[in-house]
Design a binder for this molecule. Structure first.
Ligand SMILES: *Cc1c(COP(=O)(O)O)cnc(C)c1O
Length: 218
């Protein structure tokens, strides 16, 4: 779908919800996409992208940054502590802070590097055992721990279970964010970003709707 069509849908969803279009950031999720598709979206003027693997991002974005100004990268995949430094040096936001060891590692590295990307705490709203994120019942405590480390925590992120109505999960995430005084909500993907906007998403992560189906990695 052309980028303009996604932006049009975003505008309509914002209007319907009485929200300001500028309050929703579109993250174009470029993982596994061929370079020419990514370049096409850059040529359309878009600058905010999401990747879920540090290695892949490191192999791709320094090249694009040499060609295009103003690129902002969001890391949206599970993050190992031994990749945290590389992620922090590459990205302007990390959406997947989900355990104390990662938070303390980021805090230590932030001192060392002298800056820190915007952070989101990932909440496993569906309580799925295979999925990353803190459980909803642990979220308040973990948010307090991250804040105590004096980190730039902007909000919460979730990936709803594939087989459940995402709106329930978006509403739960919004509720946890509100009671913790967090304004950022990273939620909504290709199939449900309009519902996410209706429920307060500030960052939507849209991949296949922009770039087409992902070519399976070999
Ligand atoms: C891949 C991915 C997306 C984008 O998914 P689409 O359905 O292609 O829009 C969003 N969020 C995360 C965390 C992802 O890994």
């Amino acid at each position: 779908m052309p980028l303009a069509d996604i932006q049009d849908k975003m505008r309509k969803a914002c209007d319907a919800a009485g929200r300001d279009y500028d309050d929703v950031t579109l993250i174009a999720v470029s993982k596994v996409q061929p370079d020419e598709r990514v370049a096409a979206v850059l040529d359309e003027g878009h600058r905010i992208f999401g990747e879920n693997k540090v290695q892949e991002a490191a192999g791709k974005w320094p090249r694009f940054r040499a060609q295009y100004e103003g690129i902002k990268l969001h890391m949206i995949g599970p993050l190992q502590t031994n990749k945290a430094r590389q992620a922090m040096e590459l990205a302007q936001a990390i959406h997947t802070v989900d355990r104390p060891k990662l938070a303390t590692t980021i805090a230590r590295l932030a001192q060392d590097i002298g800056s820190c990307p915007d952070l989101f705490v990932q909440v496993n709203t569906g309580e799925e055992p295979q999925k990353a994120g803190v459980l909803p019942s642990d979220a308040d405590t973990f948010v307090a721990e991250v804040r105590a480390l004096d980190l730039p925590l902007k909000g919460l992120m979730c990936i709803p279970p594939v087989d459940e109505e995402p709106a329930l999960h978006f509403a739960l995430l919004a509720k946890i964010a509100a009671r913790n005084g967090l304004s950022g909500l990273s939620m909504g993907m290709s199939s449900d970003f309009e519902r996410a906007i209706a429920l307060g998403a500030t960052h939507i992560r849209v991949g296949s709707a922009i770039f087409g189906d992902r070519v399976p990695a070999q």
